[in-house]
Design a protein around this ligand. Structure first.
Ligand SMILES: N[C@@H](CCC[C@H](N)C(=O)O)C(=O)O
Length: 291
């Protein structure tokens, strides 16, 4: 089986082309491909498949606008609705392979159509509409949940957090001034109260200056990653909201361990994510050796 390895700000993926929709990418195969010791290794696996061949009807219905479906799986084998960094890597693969030829096109995801625009080396994705999960609570209190890290003393207060729906779930923590972002131990899954039924990705944010934040993330189904595109958008939107701008008009710069991304508020409650994408290796996998 052919594969391509790529990353967006070091959020890394194994891409597997499945142009005739014959591959059974189940949870077990996904885990083996993503395994960093016995497989290729990645935060996730992306199957490149014609939208019209998707098994989910909600995805197939996007086929009139988007030729290709980004079938995204987390390293633990679970499916995810969306992957922001994945959209740039997926789009770069489609262009390199001649599967899309223009600078602007649309792709299908489990969270709906996403618009892609190439600006030289930068790829911008219209991530579509976002929302606070509990809008009323967000407006009234600014926060709707609590987050605890296992290594922090029980005597400490949990941190307040805000849930943002980017098509996939996010919980954004505004770190208190006294806490150093670099010292957080994100090895264990953060405890989120109440835990959303579908789980959540958790972002820890430090304000660096006007329109500029730094962030670390613990991804659902993966663990700590070097970057998370949907998480970067959620973090910028929550921080902008806390700063009194619920509909951000300015650009946000977001630093993650793997690099830097740009978030731009768009009309109609939509948001754009822009940054680099790299395809770093191509190869062939012997599936019987993986088993
Ligand atoms: N890294 C991605 C998000 C991948 C999915 C996530 N782990 C989830 O389960 O929702 C990004 O760049 O957005």
């Amino acid at each position: 089986m052919r594969f391509t390895k790529g990353h967006g700000t070091e959020n890394d993926f194994v891409l597997v082309p499945d142009l005739d929709a014959r591959l059974n990418l189940d949870a077990d195969l996904t885990r083996r491909l993503a395994d960093r010791h016995a497989g290729i290794g990645g935060d996730g696996v992306i199957r490149v498949v014609p939208t019209e061949s998707a098994t989910e009807e909600a995805v197939r219905s996007q086929a009139g606008r988007a030729r290709w479906f980004m079938d995204y799986r987390n390293a633990d084998g679970s499916t995810a609705e969306m992957c922001g960094n994945g959209t740039r890597v997926f789009a770069s693969y489609l262009r390199r392979e001649g599967l899309e030829t223009s600078d602007e096109f649309e792709i299908a995801t489990r969270a709906g159509i996403k618009g892609i625009r190439f600006e030289g080396d930068v790829v911008a994705t219209n991530m579509g509409q976002w929302r606070f999960v509990d809008e009323a609570k967000a407006v009234a209190e600014g926060f709707d949940s609590l987050v605890l890290l296992r290594d922090r003393p029980l005597s400490e207060d949990p941190w307040s957090a805000l849930s943002v729906d980017m098509g996939n779930p996010h919980t954004v923590v505004a770190l208190p001034e006294s806490v150093d972002l670099a010292t957080l131990d994100l090895f264990h899954v953060p405890e989120v109260r109440p835990l959303p039924p579908q789980g959540t990705n958790v972002e820890f944010v430090r304000v660096m200056g006007p329109g500029h934040i730094a962030m670390r993330v613990h991804e659902r189904g993966v663990g700590e990653t070097q970057s998370c595109g949907t998480g970067v958008c959620a973090a910028a939107l929550a921080t902008s909201f806390w700063a009194g701008n619920p509909e951000p008009k300015e650009d946000w710069t977001v630093d993650v361990p793997g690099g830097r991304l740009r978030v731009r508020g768009l009309p109609n409650h939509e948001v754009e994510l822009a940054g680099p994408a790299a395809l770093v290796a191509d190869g062939t996998i012997d599936l019987s050796a993986l088993a």
